[in-house]
Design a protein around this ligand. Structure first.
Ligand SMILES: [Zn+2]
Length: 423
């Protein structure tokens, strides 16, 4: 099956090309086989991209897909109060079926807003897995590990089973995910580290999200967060550190050259009053990707909304518009996300040999025209402009209509029924 996306204004995110070019993209089954100025060969299906923007699907490098139930529940609460008093007691009441519906809603939100891969961290995994498989959505998947309830080993066993049963699923990759330093202990983190090393998987966890967490780590472990990473062996694994809102210079020097990625979640950090991460500085030391966190703290999974914050915050923080660019943000949301997940050979840019995770934007409306600086317009204004989403060569949305057998109205009613019954 050959598909071509013809005559689009393509932002490939391929460093070897110009930032935007008029190109045809040829896709054979699930793979991009040619990116060329003009394709005259045969094809089975043509997607006319004339006048539209074509770019790699966005990669949400830190989220909790089941948290659609908690959209916008964080007003006026600190991270610790929000988790302890609101989220965790409610999450205790959710089951696999609830998580199926919650994850399904998140997947629809991502497809509609151009995200084609997510790094998920949650529980009730059978439900999430059903939603991912039904929609053919690409995901780095896991089971959150924590030992604060002394049931940490059951969770590790659950993760190993999940991994063994699904490791050959082409749309899934896996990470070992201890929730955070404050929900685990030294011994448990060491076990997580050994598990990741044995399975050759990355470790994904929340790290230095706010100052209270760092102070809590000093109290709990009697050592700095970096020393915990070193002494538990976690540092020897590929690390995906979500948040990293406050990282000192010594840690940055230590991380330099190691396989460490930070995932910036600007909206979540602002909502919970955690602070503003110094991305301008961080990107000189480590790979920095972009995440939304769950909808509870991140408001939504629309990466275009979150991209705009990254750029504005850094320019404002430094009182200097030259320190960051819209293109830097696009890198975080595409190729840097792929690097963070260890998938840079497969996704993150439009290039021959990569998987066909591609989105198309129609920017010909009154809210985004004229948009002569295309990349800045995309990063700051394209909240509602994705009109085609393709994952692994399959079109999941076309002309802004989902190509999935899902009754959205019924799904929304179901979600409301569940959350109102809990609270
Ligand atoms: Zn999170």
């Amino acid at each position: 099956m050959i598909k071509i996306i013809k005559n689009g204004n393509v932002i490939t995110m391929d460093e070897e090309r110009k930032r935007i070019e008029k190109l045809d993209i040829v896709i054979k089954d699930d793979t991009i086989v040619e990116v060329t100025e003009k394709y005259d060969g045969s094809y089975d299906e043509i997607i006319d991209a004339t006048g539209k923007i074509v770019m790699p699907g966005l990669i949400n490098a830190h989220t909790h897909l089941g948290m659609s139930y908690f959209r916008a529940t964080n007003d006026n609460l600190t991270l610790q109060k929000w988790l302890n008093d609101m989220i965790w007691p409610l999450e205790d009441k959710l089951d696999d079926e609830d998580n199926y519906y919650g994850t399904l809603l998140s997947i629809i939100e991502m497809i509609k807003t151009g995200t084609t891969c997510a790094n998920d961290m949650y529980f009730n995994c059978a439900g999430a897995l059903k939603a991912l498989n039904e929609t053919k959505f690409r995901c780095m998947f896991t089971r959150t590990l924590m030992d604060s309830d002394q049931k940490g080993h059951e969770k590790i066993d659950e993760f190993i089973k999940l991994y063994e049963e699904n490791k050959y699923n082409k749309l899934l990759s896996f990470a070992v995910a201890p929730h955070a330093l404050y929900t685990c202990n030294h011994e448990y983190l060491t076990e997580c580290s050994e598990l990741a090393t044995n399975l050759n998987l990355p470790v994904h966890f929340h790290y230095c999200e706010n100052k209270a967490e760092i102070e809590g780590t000093l109290e709990q472990y009697n050592k700095s967060p970096l020393s915990v990473l070193i002494d538990t062996g976690l540092i020897n694994n590929k690390l995906i550190l979500a948040h990293a809102t406050f990282i000192d210079d010594d840690s940055l020097e230590y991380f330099k050259g190691k396989d460490v990625s930070f995932v910036h979640n600007p909206v979540s950090n602002l909502n919970l009053g955690c602070g503003i991460a110094d991305i301008v500085k961080y990107k000189k030391y480590v790979n920095v990707a972009l995440g939304t966190d769950g909808q509870g703290s991140g408001n939504n999974l629309n990466m275009f909304y979150h991209m705009s914050f990254v750029d504005l915050l850094q320019k404002g923080k430094y009182e200097d518009p030259t320190v960051f660019s819209s293109y830097d943000v696009l890198k975080m949301a595409t190729i840097n996300g792929a690097k963070a997940l260890g998938l840079e050979r497969e996704i993150g840019s439009i290039k021959s040999g990569k998987k066909a995770d591609i989105i198309m934007l129609d920017m010909n409306d009154s809210l985004t025209s004229p948009g002569t600086d295309v990349i800045t317009n995309v990063v700051h204004n394209a909240y509602n402009n994705v009109d085609m989403t393709m994952i692994n060569g399959e079109i999941l949305m076309k002309d802004k209509k989902l190509c999935l057998d899902i009754n959205e109205e019924k799904l929304i009613n179901k979600i409301k029924e569940v959350i109102y019954s809990l609270s």
